[in-house]
Ligand binder design. Structure first.
Ligand code: FAD
Ligand code: NAD
Length: 467
């Protein structure tokens, strides 16, 4: 097979890698991307997209169940027969969405003139990579390389994956709803998927090591999520540690907060205790790269400790989110094309797609105070928002955190139905250096959930209208 030479070689076509390659191609950089699985990476194939598809299906199913039961949050006067779920068909629909997006990414790469090589890439040295393809070894020589190999589920030594013990990847492909699902880890994935399966009909128990669920967000933000989990019949054990499988393999043994051992019967045990960077299989041992903890160390331009070798996305550290990977990918492409860029983002918004959803952009009140800021905080509840009432989504609030002296907005958080879509406005306000007066002075269309954002800013200024 003839060697390939290029200016930029990207390893991994997840959201970090494929965005980097597309932008580089658009900028006229001679670019090759290598992917051993499917274009789109974790995010598109076994992460963000399939999980959000299942969460949507679960929401729809739960609504109809509620209507059939004639109880719960209100049936809106709609009567339906008891609905049935065919999870295999739900998965087929989800796979269709993923497939369309896979093709879309491949199409975009081609349109940008990027050469795609399928197979596992392995560095021989900083400028040479060999790829095991279906038809043999392909050698690629490059001026610049970008490592975008992503992350993988973390395993618990006492609870290795296999049999009833599954990771998010298997959970996203189940074709039968497990009767009893135990989720180990009450973080992002555990709660997003745990909630979805509870709505599909599983009896779900969440085992979380820390004193509360979603410890990455402040307690006030996650309270409505905990309440809703209770309504959905999800049992949450905090300060509980998973010890291993029972002898028969049909239960999880946990040590609860009081130090007692308890058996939780389970058909499936979903372990979601974090993800680790993919540091093996691509020839790390052939390179001289510094680490930052378990991740690759990068500077403000995503340069590693080796000249001409960049790293982006989950392999480079927290927050391990798709949009951070994409932003890094875009920046690196610009740098490789000769443009002056460095990481200058003011915030990376984070969303948890629980019920209700949680959004955080910038600093929480606690974080702002810890950084020495004197602050003003305005919080507006969804019980006072007309649109939320019309959509049966009165749980939650929007909260704005600003500097007390000049009212510069430092952080915005929200919890509520569909608030994920407000992350865009929150990010824009912080990125553009908005002050409370800018948000309060912007006409927010009525009736929208976004009005709660304006009202929270008004509240911080001391003159909210609708409360
Ligand atoms: P990845 O997406 O992991 O892509 C890396 C790619 O590199 C893979 O395709 C892999 O096959 C390839 N690769 C690795 N080694 C080699 C090699 N040697 N040769 C060739 N190819 C190689 N983030 C969000 O922002 N929002 C969400 O809603 C969200 N939901 C998630 C839900 C779940 C269930 C999971 C698991 C994750 C979720 N994430 C979410 C996180 C998100 O998926 C990651 O942050 C994102 O995919 C990271 O992108 P990346 O490009 O760094 O790596
Ligand atoms: P996570 O870090 O969000 O949550 C892991 C949870 O497991 C934590 O609450 C932790 O305290 C708990 N834990 C750790 N060890 C434990 C043990 N032995 N027993 C019980 N609990 C234990 O990790 P995740 O849910 O696996 O998700 C991984 C990453 O993927 C996230 O950090 C996030 O960056 C990304 N992700 C993002 C989204 C999103 O943006 N909506 C969705 C899913 C995943």
């Amino acid at each position: 097979m003839k060697d390939i030479s290029c200016k930029l070689l990207v390893i991994g076509a997840g959201p970090g890698g494929y965005v980097c390659a597309i932008r580089a191609g658009q900028l006229g950089v001679d670019t090759v991307i290598v992917e051993m699985e499917k274009a789109g990476g974790t995010c598109l194939n076994i992460g963000c997209i399939p999980s959000k598809a299942l969460i949507h299906a679960a929401d729809e199913f739960e609504k109809t169940v509620r209507m059939a039961n004639g109880n719960g949050k209100g049936t809106l006067g709609i009567t339906v027969e008891a609905p049935k779920l065919d999870l295999a068909k739900t998965m087929t629909w989800k796979n269709g969405v993923v497939g369309r997006l896979n093709n879309g990414v491949v199409g975009l790469l081609k349109k940008a003139g990027v050469k795609i090589v399928h197979g596992r890439a392995k560095f021989r040295d900083g400028k040479t990579v060999e790829v095991e393809t279906e038809t043999g070894t392909q050698v690629i020589r490059t001026e610049t390389a970008v490592i975008a190999t992503g992350s993988m589920p973390m395993e618990l030594p006492a609870l290795p994956f296999g049999g009833p013990v599954i990771s998010s990847t298997e959970a996203l492909s189940l074709t039968k709803v497990p009767e009893r699902l135990v989720v180990v880890g009450g973080g992002y994935i555990g709660l997003e998927l745990g909630t979805a399966f509870a709505k599909f009909g599983s009896k779900v128990t969440v085992v979380e090591a820390l004193p509360r669920i979603l410890p990455q967000y402040d307690a006030e933000l996650t309270r409505p999520v905990a309440k809703r989990l209770g309504e959905l019949g999800v049992a949450v054990l905090t300060e509980a540690m998973a010890m291993g499988l029972s002898a028969k393999g049909d239960a999880l043994i946990v040590k609860t907060a009081d130090g007692q051992e308890q058996e939780l019967p389970a058909d499936k045990i979903l372990v979601t205790v974090g993800r680790k960077p993919v540091m093996e299989g691509w020839g790390l041992e052939e390179l001289d790269l510094d680490r930052a903890g378990k991740f690759l160390r990068i500077d403000s331009q995503c340069r590693t400790s080796m000249r001409g070798v960049y790293a982006i996305g989950d392999v480079t550290g927290e927050p391990t989110l798709a949009h951070r990977a994409m932003a890094q990918g875009e920046m690196v492409a610009e740098i490789v094309a000769g443009n002056r860029r460095s990481w200058d983002k003011r915030c990376i918004p984070a969303i948890c797609y629980t019920d209700p959803e949680v959004v955080s952009a910038g600093l929480s009140p606690e974080e702002a105070r810890a950084q020495g800021h004197e602050i003003k905080v305005g919080q507006f509840p969804y019980t006072a928002n007309a649109r939320a009432m019309t959509m049966q989504g009165e749980a939650g609030f929007v909260r704005v955190v600003a500097r007390a002296d000049n009212h510069l907005v430092l952080g915005i958080q929200a919890v509520g139905q569909h608030v994920s879509e407000l992350a865009t406005a929150f990010g824009l306000a912080i990125e553009m250096g908005a002050r409370l007066e800018d948000i309060a002075g912007t006409i927010h269309a009525h009736p929208t959930q976004g009005e709660a954002f304006q009202e929270a800013a008004l509240k911080a200024l001391g003159h909210a209208i609708h409360i």
